[in-house]
Design a protein around this ligand. Sequence first.
Ligand SMILES: [Cu+2]
Length: 145
Amino acid sequence: MKFMPITLVLMLFTTPLRADSVALTDAWVRATPPGANTAAAYLTITSDADDRLVGAFSESTNEIQIHAHVQDDGVMRMRRLDSLSIPAGRAVVLAPGGKHLMMFGIAEPFAPGEELVITLLFERAGAVEQVFPVRDGRKQATTPS
Ligand SMILES: [Cu+2]
């Protein structure tokens, strides 16, 4: 019975359907000036279980990266993160001056009142679609992030 062990191993690694879910709140995208080809998106993520944001994509942009702001010799810089840990029951806030989703290659400016759909990819919860209203962010922060 050569195939028996292989079958058993496959059964062990088959992931059952999970009910674990993430809650996404306060989602918004900063309005962009004419000519800009990057934009930043923000939201708050809460999860029932330990999870990890591993990526994001949207029809409105070529590429979305997870970014953080870090102090580097007194200068604020953006650093790309491969993923973002979402501890169970703890709100992870992406906001101006901190973590954010950075969109690249946007074709047209995002104007206040518009909406974007971004799909967030979680290690555990899978793909979650979220509507991001576009807002004028100039009042909240002065640095483009
Ligand atoms: Cu950034």
